[in-house]
Design a protein around this ligand. Structure first.
Ligand code: SF4
Length: 357
């Protein structure tokens, strides 16, 4: 199904503009002088987390030492790691070496053209797979990395968080649709060059951008706001002790949460942070906060509730009032079981209700 962001997007003209620009302006890189899938594979692995300028020298030396897939497959791992020295992230070299050996053993040294077979090789993720298939074999496979997501976020004015997996999948589906079927190699490499030289992270060079006429973020002046890469808040766990206080009429005490913040204005059972309960007995904390004496009668159980960024772990106790309800104001409200249904109760506390029942 076509992504809604592609409605009214002139795919054909965009393809032609991008490819024409790429053909005239492509960077002169050694791995662009070949269609050998092995060489393209090595270059893509080296380019992960390493700048193009640094890779050029290493790539050329590596190709002198291992001109074919068989040379690399037969090499001693220690020697391969030595030749990788300076590029860092040595796991890339180990994975490449193992995968190359597998290609020689299983496929007779022919890099597989089947996307599923290629994806099974060590160290080949969706981006590398797409790059090899499109550049070496001319297959219309998307090769989506951070650069391509940045370009498409801006082009189509998409605000999805590019740090989320589902956003990557969305962009892969979009590129799969937009990619030029007759020249996927130039199309993907054109996107790579555009992201590396024109549609750069903080200061996109829109004034010289070949695809500016198609760019919706530019049209709306939002090119500096995209892509959206909000870091997810770290998931935290908070522990509480809750009190299910029942009066002599069998009514249960609830209170309303603050009018702002998490679960604003919802109703809940009185609740204390576990750290506070460790420092002072629960009954004393309760009296201090609500001005009433209680007695804990039993432990009802535990409740866990997971929010997007936070988990609550709550120990629930049942309690009874000691003596009379004090005069004066306090924030608790005693309601019958029937009346409880009229209050918006936070889900975590609804779980507690089930314990009480
Ligand atoms: S016009 Fe600007 S924001 Fe849009 S693709 Fe080109 S460089 Fe990127």
């Amino acid at each position: 199904m076509t992504d809604k962001a592609l409605r009214n997007f002139d795919i054909e003209r965009f393809q032609r503009t991008l490819i024409d620009w790429y053909v005239k302006n492509k960077r002169d890189l050694p791995w662009r002088k070949t269609k050998d899938p092995y060489r393209i594979w090595v270059s893509e692995i080296m380019l992960q987390q390493t700048k193009v300028e640094t890779v050029i020298h290493y790539y050329e030396k590596f190709m002198e030492n291992y001109p074919t897939i068989f040379h690399l497959a037969e090499a001693d791992e220690q020697k391969v790691l030595k030749d990788w020295e300076g590029l860092g992230y040595y796991q890339r070299a180990r994975n490449l070496h193992e995968a190359v050996k597998e290609v020689v053993e299983t496929y007779g040294g022919e890099v597989p053209q089947d996307p599923n077979d290629l994806a099974k090789l060590k160290g080949i993720g969706p981006y590398t797979k797409g790059a090899i298939l499109s550049i070496a074999f001319g297959q219309p496979e998307p090769a989506v990395d951070g650069n391509v997501m940045r370009v498409f976020s801006r082009l189509l004015n998409i605000d999805d968080n590019i740090l989320e997996q589902k956003t990557r999948r969305r962009f892969e589906a979009i590129v799969r649709e937009v990619i030029a079927k007759d020249d996927p190699s130039s199309f993907n490499q054109g996107l790579m060059d555009l992201g590396a030289t024109i549609c750069i992270p903080r200061t996109p060079r829109c004034e010289v951008c070949p695809v500016q006429p198609y760019c919706r973020a530019y049209l709306e002046g939002k090119q500096h706001e995209l892509p959206n890469r909000k870091k997810k808040a770290k998931h935290r766990t908070k522990q509480f002790v809750a009190v299910c206080l029942v009066n002599e009429k069998g009514e249960i005490a609830i209170e309303q949460r603050e009018h702002k913040g998490l679960l604003a204005s919802m109703w809940q059972f009185p609740m204390f942070e576990k750290d506070d309960v460790k420092k002072q007995p629960l009954v004393e904390l309760f009296e201090k906060k609500y001005g009433m004496k209680i007695a804990i009668t039993e432990k009802l159980g535990n409740v866990k509730h997971v929010f997007s960024h936070l988990t609550w772990e709550i120990v629930v106790h049942k309690a009874s009032l000691e003596g009379h309800l004090p005069e004066g104001r306090h924030s608790l409200r005693f309601v019958s079981e029937k009346e409880l249904g009229d209050f918006p109760i936070a889900t975590a506390h609804q779980k507690m209700l089930r314990l009480i029942e």
